[in-house]
Design a protein around this ligand. Structure first.
Ligand code: XIL
Length: 517
């Protein structure tokens, strides 16, 4: 008779392999050897342990599956010291049907829900820009811009023009990072960042700031490799550096950069701790982490003080699909920060993914669980790597389509950013992850995204699900200009009369006629 004897507690953690809470119980299957006979009164001890508890507080019990023989009775006892025993006993030699075949098996998602279809041919008939659909929905679709490589000062430059036409949000690919903005200690360089901000203003685009506190792309005076405190600075010195950087950079772009990635990629890739501790997360060792875990709190608080209207984000990769250990750790960390009052507004899912590996249901589960704790989700750096062939191009289009649908349907997800413009300009060289070919021809991926945005766009309503800025101060988050014929124009024309349409932080829209002399 096999039995399990446990020296400590038997502890049950009622989550499934994707970390979703479940009412499934741990099972014990009793299997009799062929020819074995038992008689009334025979008793099997299945489990003995020092105690029994639940990791996350829920009620539970073993579910026993009997053989198709005899009639059984179960006896479960916990004595005064908490010692736990689980026994079963044969009460009759007649078969009661207890072990009838057909124990309910795991109820699987049948996956039969109507999956909307992508139709690229049909989509090509629309020449409405992406941003039009996002704007209808009070949402944003954007791209990162390599400001060193695209002349954003020249509205006639083909790439500049394409970005202004298609997107209503931008982020610097590199130019607002620590090494770019504070190349020497205490000396700040805002040149390229300002160029992008000016470009965005001319075209009614929202600007993201990326990134304040990150282990990568940090200047040599701060750390030799980002991973360690190579100059052995004290906690106080490092905090002072961080504070000064945040105050200056966020302060400089106060009111101009609507949203910041305050902390980027702070989690370690190894998050196995969440398998045994439901609230665990493990931070990546870095020059910042050497301050102590509260570097996170300080970063958010200083960013918030420098621009109380800015939306503050915790950004990371490998956290997109519920069920990944790192996704779990990311949720734990964001929830923990939010619960203790750190001014965090939401999380960024980078979404550097590969074609065919996009699990749309798990992405939705991730976005929804952040919504449930009052955090917004931003798709911050979407790109979908693939080898370039016809079949992959179609799958890539599907993946873009599905991500756009899922993200833009969610009330707490207002922004979807693509990490780059053309396959010739991606950081993932050779992986062809973006929307345009190098000659600026839209790929199927573009039409996939287009259909996703189109199908989820709707006329603006008076009720906006989540204000874009902080609820306290209503301010302009995006501005679009039209001539008196209703065609979109840039605002720069002097001596003109035009209409400005301002999207306010509370979701309302303000239209004004402006006489610009
Ligand atoms: C990348 C840029 O695209 C490259 O040009 C640069 O050389 C390295 O950084 N996660 C991030 C981004 O948060 O800042 C990274 O951008 C891509 C991964």
């Amino acid at each position: 008779h096999d039995k399990v004897i446990v020296g400590g507690n038997v502890v049950y953690y009622n989550i499934d392999e994707s970390f979703a809470e479940t009412d499934k119980m741990p099972q014990i299957h009793i299997i009799l050897k062929e020819g074995a006979t038992l008689k009334t009164g025979d008793q099997l001890t299945l489990v003995e342990s020092a105690g029994r508890s639940a990791l996350n507080g829920g009620q539970w019990q073993f579910e026993i599956r009997y053989p198709q023989a005899y009639t059984w009775e179960v006896e479960e006892t916990t004595d005064a010291e908490g010692k736990y025993t689980l026994k079963v006993r044969v009460v009759s030699e007649d078969y009661s049907g207890q072990g009838e075949a057909g124990y309910e098996d795991d109820d699987e998602d049948n996956g039969n829900e109507d999956i909307p279809q992508l139709d690229i041919e049909a989509e090509m008939a629309y020449n409405t820009p992406l941003r039009t659909y996002a704007e209808k929905n009070n949402k944003f679709v954007g791209t990162c811009v390599p400001v060193w490589n695209i002349n954003v000062d020249d509205d006639n430059d083909a790439k500049t023009k394409l970005i202004a036409e298609q997107f209503n949000m931008v982020v610097c690919e590199n130019e607002m990072k620590f090494d770019a903005t504070e190349p020497s200690q205490g000396e700040f360089d805002y040149y390229h960042g300002d160029r992008l901000v000016n470009f965005a203003n001319r075209h009614g685009m929202r600007v993201r700031g990326h990134a304040l506190v990150w282990h990568s792309q940090v200047p040599g005076w701060l750390t030799s490799d980002g991973n360690k405190n190579s100059f052995n600075r004290s906690r106080e010195e490092l905090l002072a550096i961080m504070k000064n950087h945040i105050e200056n950079v966020v302060g400089h772009w106060k009111g101009k950069v609507a949203e910041w990635d305050v902390c980027n990629e702070v989690l370690s890739d190894d998050q196995s701790a969440v398998r045994t501790d439901p609230n665990a997360y493990t931070l990546r060792p870095s020059v910042w982490q050497s301050i102590g875990e509260d570097f996170l709190d300080s970063a958010f608080v200083w960013a918030h003080r420098a621009d109380p209207d800015a939306v503050l984000i915790l950004n990371d990769y490998g956290v997109e699909f519920q069920g990944q250990a790192k996704a779990e750790a990311f949720y734990n960390l964001a929830k923990y920060l939010k619960e203790k009052g750190v001014p965090i507004d939401g999380v960024g899912l980078q979404c550097h993914l590969d074609v065919g590996n996009v699990d749309i249901n798990k992405l939705k589960a991730t976005i929804d669980r952040f919504n449930a704790i009052g955090l917004r989700c931003v798709i911050t750096e979407l790109d979908l790597g693939m080898d370039d062939n016809e079949a992959n191009r179609m799958q890539q289009a599907k993946d873009y389509y599905n991500i756009a649908r899922i993200a833009m349907e969610a009330d707490n997800c207002n922004e979807l950013m693509i990490w780059g413009l053309t396959d010739a300009m991606t950081w993932r060289g050779g992986r062809n992850p973006l929307l345009y070919d190098s000659d600026l021809t839209p790929k199927p991926a573009y039409y996939g995204l287009h259909q996703g945005l189109r199908e989820t766009s709707s006329a603006p309503t008076a009720i906006s699900p989540l204000p874009y800025g902080k609820p306290s101060a209503t301010h302009v988050v995006a501005e679009t200009y039209y001539n008196l014929q209703g065609q979109r124009i840039t605002s720069s024309a002097a001596d003109s009369i035009y209409i400005t349409s301002q999207l306010m932080s509370d979701g309302s829209v303000r239209n004004k006629k402006v006489i610009n002399r």
